[in-house]
Design a binder for this molecule. Structure first.
Ligand code: FAD
Length: 513
């Protein structure tokens, strides 16, 4: 999932105008949090249509109105505003609200409740099952909330929920500060952090969610309203715990995130390439037995393709010589081509982002964690499936965990459970040409079958799954994502979203009593 699976977000340019009313969808009434005290009404399925005003079911207070930058079917930018990163999934929402401020999010949530319209929350659009979008519903998009407030002395950063990872790493890097993120710059910081968030700095700084010390989140209020609340270790501590690893679209719409940040002056970044898969057994076995236990400043990923093996490493506050020395056991296998760069984390991170416009349009992944080293048979499974991969972009990706900061939950705990993993891994299939409709169709069944069979063949050697890379076919997905935390998450869901407004294919159901 490292460099061959990147894609620049499509930017939307046309604007209806901040604060604009949406003719036909809203009627008058003051914008703002829709406090309500009306009786509970079960959600119905009677949805409004664009262009048709209708009474709000079970609500006789002032109607909420949509505010922010609003895009509807027929608008010139609707096609690009509707598109997700993974073009395998297409959705046609009724309306997309690009929030410009928290109030727009409050209004949008109240509007969706009062009009009984299904909703989805979206930031960086990288949901790997297309779950941040919905047909005939409202997409509440926070990607234009781009504020950054960095307090260097206090070592905290409060950022808008619309930053992507590259923007966050760059803003912090300019002050020689860092927080863990994933490697793909265009992934939303919100989506990554709220599901856990691992990357090159995980063994050094923990999961991204471990550094989350506060958030502003818009939650449902009463039967038809919405309100913004501040969450931290003193207020709504239970919700902060849940947002640290289970917050994606489950409890509310996060509008800002506050992180504890850490000084980071420089890193050494290494890339090694082995041509062909001949050295796979030696490289993989040595990597899994050494890199997860090396100096905690070292973060590594292995990415195996049909015709090459790639090792990527970042050594925080380290030199080129040090990173090579730490990886000597792996680098001494075969004859890899090795390059090392040193520099500020912001520049190095920006430097390894690869333009994605010409990369595959469609992707399918399957996530898993591993506690024990893969036996020889498992490595042979990888070798056999990669040799038969549907495209060269398809890959088997791993991220070292092992010993490191991620072993220790943050103060207040977190819903992310996979702290004892040796490594994370995922087979990923990529196919089709961006911008060319249906170009991948012929390969779709081949790629889908390959992923299904590959992940099934590895089941004896893996456990659990990563909510940020959802496994659609998994029966016990809740336990796979959150282990023993499921019951507590359901209780917190019942407390903050008792009407189950935030609902999608694998959302957490509220506890029933
Ligand atoms: C190419 C690629 C590389 C990746 N690499 C890594 C990696 O190195 N490490 C890693 O940990 N993960 C990685 N991921 C997984 C990534 O963390 C998830 O896909 C993430 O959820 C995407 O977030 P987003 O904001 O871009 O996506 P979106 O599609 O906008 O949202 C994803 C989910 O989060 C919810 N959500 C988004 N914003 C909010 C919000 N403000 N409040 C509440 N819910 C919200 C959405 O409803 C949806 O359920 C990668 C994914 C891709 C596609």
């Amino acid at each position: 999932m490292h460099d061959l699976s990147r894609r620049k977000l499509l930017t939307t340019t046309a604007t209806v105008g901040a604060g604009a009313l949406v003719p036909g969808i809203v009627s008058g009434g003051a914008p703002g949090a829709a406090a309500d005290s009306g009786p509970a009404s079960p959600p119905g399925r009677d949805r409004p249509t664009p262009g048709g005003e209708r009474p709000t079911p079970g609500w006789d207070g002032p109607p909420a109105e949509l505010t922010g930058r609003i895009v509807r079917p027929g608008d010139p930018d609707y096609p690009s505003a509707s598109l997700g990163w993974d073009e395998l999934f297409e959705h046609y929402p009724l309306v997309i609200v690009f929030a410009q401020q928290t109030r727009d999010v409050v209004n949008a949530l109240a509007w969706s409740r009062q009009n009984d319209v299904a909703l989805r929350v979206r930031s960086g659009r990288h949901s790997l099952e297309g779950w941040s979008n919905v047909d005939n519903g409202i997409v509440i998009d926070v990607s234009e909330l781009k504020s950054t407030e960095i307090d260097t002395a206090a070592r905290t950063a409060k950022v808008g929920a619309g930053l992507n990872q590259l923007e966050a790493v760059t803003a912090l890097g300019q002050r020689n500060l860092a927080v863990t993120t994933g490697t793909e710059g265009s992934v939303g910081l919100s989506g990554a952090t709220l599901g856990g968030g691992f990357g090159f700095l995980t063994r050094y700084l923990g999961m991204a969610c471990d550094s989350l010390i506060g958030a502003e989140i818009v939650v449902a209020s009463g039967t038809h309203g919405a309100k913004a609340i501040e969450v931290d270790l003193d207020d709504h501590e239970d919700l902060l715990w849940a947002l640290r690893g289970a917050g994606n679209g489950n409890f509310g719409i996060v509008t800002s995130l506050t992180y504890r940040v850490t000084p980071l002056q420089s890193v050494a970044y290494l890339q090694a390439t082995w041509t062909g898969l001949g050295d796979l057994r030696g490289v993989f076995d040595t990597w899994q037995r050494t890199a997860p236990f090396a100096d905690h400043r070292l973060g590594t990923q292995v990415e195996i393709h049909k015709s090459q093996i790639l090792l990527f490493a970042v050594l925080a506050e380290g030199s080129a010589a040090e990173v090579k020395e730490l990886l000597k056991p792996v680098l001494s296998i075969g004859s890899p081509q090795v390059t090392v760069q040193t520099g500020g984390w912001g520049e190095i991170y920006a430097g390894f982002q690869i333009p994605t416009a010409d990369e595959p349009a469609n992707w399918k992944f399957f996530s898993q964690f591993t506690n024990e080293p893969f036996p020889r048979e498992a490595i042979e499974v990888i070798s056999a499936f990669m040799a038969d991969a549907p495209t060269e972009d398809s890959n088997f990706f791993t991220q070292a965990f092992g010993t490191g900061a991620q072993n220790r939950p943050p103060r207040g705990g977190s819903a992310f459970p996979h702290r004892d993993a040796l490594f994370y891994s995922e087979p990923g299939a990529g196919w089709g040409t961006r911008g060319v409709p249906n170009s991948g169709d012929a390969l779709t069944p081949v790629a889908q079958a390959w992923i299904a069979e590959f992940s099934q063949a590895l089941r004896p050697y893996v456990h659990g799954a990563y909510v940020n890379v959802p496994n659609i076919g998994m029966q016990d997905w809740e336990t796979a994502y959150w282990g023993r935390n499921v019951d507590r998450l359901r209780r917190i869901k019942a407390k903050y979203d008792p009407y189950n407004i935030f609902q999608y294919e694998q959302s957490i159901p509220p506890a029933t009593c």
